[in-house]
Design a protein around this ligand. Sequence first.
Ligand code: SAM
Length: 500
Amino acid sequence: MTSTLPSAHGQDTDFEAACEEAFCRLIAQRTGIVLQDHQLHNLRDTAHRGCERFGYGDCAHYLHELQQSQGLTAQLEYLIAGITVGESYFFRDSEQIELLRNTLLPEMIAAKRASGDLSLRVWSAGCSEGQEIYTLALLLHELIPDIKKWRIHLRGTDINSEVVSRAIAGRYSEWSFRATPQTVRERWFVPAGNAYEIRPEIRQMVHFSYLNLAADIYPSILSETNALDLILCRNVFIYLDRETVQRCMSQYADCLLDQGVLMLGASDPMYHRHTGLELVQTKYVGYFHKGGVQGLSGDGRVAQANPFAQAIADHQVRRPVSQTQLPASEHSLQPDMAGIITLLKRSDWAAALVQLDKVCQPGSESSDLWQMKAKVLANMGRAELALQACERSLQLDAVNKHSYLMQGMILAELDRGPEAEEAFRRTLYLDRSFLEAHYELAMLRVRARDLPGALKSLANALKIAQAGDPQRELHNAAGMTYQRFAQVLQNEIEMLRDAK
Ligand SMILES: C[S@@+](CC[C@H](N)C(=O)[O-])C[C@H]1O[C@@H](n2cnc3c(N)ncnc32)[C@H](O)[C@@H]1O
């Protein structure tokens, strides 16, 4: 790690070995990213470009500024983005793609149909320029003839806002198609100069945002990384140290619905002990499955519909939100708020729901408890039930801004854009400086491809985040401070500006 090769810019003078090592140490400490020898020239180039961008005289000055700062700053994230630049292409790794096309996706689709829930949620974590998640969109188009009836949520996130801007633009050079059948390219891409642009109907299926896997909070309703059927995180863990990979894996387990699937890259390191994820090995490909192997057939396939979805559906039939009747002894239950909050922090949605069911009853119910229940149900992928819980919450307190926010988020999830907008407006009517409401309005506008509107709402959110107490946490994303959220917002603004 101490070699000092000349950089691509020919500027190797101020980049002493000691300085280089100090950069590596600082990056590893703050982000969990371990640099390999072959990445050092990228580090040097990025550090030099960073000096120009942030106005530092030399790399030693840049390093000094980083050492004086704490946590993740724009200057540090710029470096990380530069060194983790990674290549991607459509239909990457034919064996994994075939497993998705022939087995995993058809089984997921069949299970959803059987449960009557025509929705699918997929996250490409470390999506680079979007080829992976667009490939998923193309596969789903191929596999679901009545796709218009489905609610398909496909999200790509990356730490590098430049690649995310390119993903949003959806324009690719010939090299991205090296594993793509000619017929697919002709059907779904339009030539644009010496590149190809993905057709709007596919582009509109996918949403992108900034997210640092090593530092940000997930699962989160805010970043739509909750209640997922499938996570693709391929060829990303190669950048991260063992501890960070382990943390990512257990957070992924919390993001997945029961029976959900996680697929890593074929040569990614994997540590899944104590995560609740089971490694399923087929002849050529391994993937992770949440919920034990009992639900899988011998060749690694999901054999039955999501039983959890059925349990919740039963629950809905037995206990309609507005007419719940419980024995008198249970009416006087005092909510164990500390216990419920602990379960929520652990993302133990099933246990939290059991507790909330007990207290969301006449005699002990409150608007806040119903709002928590809505959040739990949303995290379990039960959007319709979550919406009913919001309605009950608002019946109990018609000015609960958090319940309007939750209602808006769930309506957006259900593709009911105008009603979601109305709910966010009500939230802002109650509190103009409600940071998350501005952010959610921005996300709604991104979905509607109203980029100027989205940028305006993001700018409002940024102003509020910068003016607030830096250590204050967001209401709906425990652990996300105003300070960190301001950085995320800055990255998102940059990303959308570049994509315009
Ligand atoms: C080699 S690409 C993989 C792209 C795609 N998943 C694939 O397999 O084709 C790796 C991506 O991971 C992203 N990445 C690396 N570290 C990350 C982190 N801590 N958080 C989010 N993304 C990260 C990089 O910016 C890069 O775009």
